[in-house]
Design a protein around this ligand. Sequence first.
Ligand SMILES: C[S@@+](CC[C@H](N)C(=O)[O-])C[C@H]1O[C@@H](n2cnc3c(N)ncnc32)[C@H](O)[C@@H]1O
Length: 284
Amino acid sequence: MAAPEEINADMLAFWNGNGGYTWVARQEHTDITLTPVTDALLAFAAPRTGERVVDIGCGCGAPTLEFARAVGPSGRVAGLDISGPMLAEGARRANAAGIANVDWRKADPATAALDEYDLLTSAFGVMFFGDRVSAFANMRRGAGPNARMALVCWRTLAENPWMEVPMKAVAQYLPPRPKPVPNAAGMFAFADPQHVTEVLTAAGWARPHFEMLDMDLDIAAGRGLEEAVAQSTQIGAVNSWLRNQPAEIVSAAIASLREALAPYADGASVRLPGAMWLISSTPA
Ligand SMILES: C[S@@+](CC[C@H](N)C(=O)[O-])C[C@H]1O[C@@H](n2cnc3c(N)ncnc32)[C@H](O)[C@@H]1O
């Protein structure tokens, strides 16, 4: 496995480069797809009026803005992320919505000085750390006396057909890739509850509680099959696999992807199962 500093450097380059800009361009679509997940995270985290929230890996801020609304003007949300372009988009959206109680901070949660908070949350933003234990230990240091944590993370690839179906559809056209390393930094790094438990308890958190969250995700965001194909090929693993491939390979892979997604189309939606963990804990 790569060294923590190497992982951090790669992530910084990705989320401030093409990756971050693609996320900004596709954010409206992604937010529609993930609205039911944001709703589930809010219900699970139960933010209260006046609370101080830290949102890790807040990105362009769809969940951040919902937390800001939930805690109201007497509360405050710190949105931490390493991606300049995504934070700028979050700040722009907050401004447009008249939401003034969010601090958008370009900072690494592994080293950032955190003000005392009541709630630490993250929607798919904690799986990319080079050194997870030291990142969660640093976040633990900022916890207020009755602080709690509420996260949402992906379960395994095999439990997430919205991702696996596109990956399988294009794989046959591409050169073989190295076998995935278990728990490696990336989308599925928090899929294994035993691993997550080891990380959190080593970082000074109580044994976490896990709740399964299973829901069909509309990867077309109500915009039809072609949009589902565009979303699948522009964000995530399929995108990186297709990069630098000859044009004829890319078009064959995309045609195969379209065919694989077509059976899931239902009017303008394309719904495939998604599987997540809702994870909670408190300082030990
Ligand atoms: C999948 S996106 C989720 C964004 C947002 N929470 C949402 O739900 O729309 C992952 C986010 O984690 C951020 N990220 C990656 N590595 C990070 C790190 N070491 N520290 C903080 N954020 C990180 C990325 O920049 C990106 O914004």
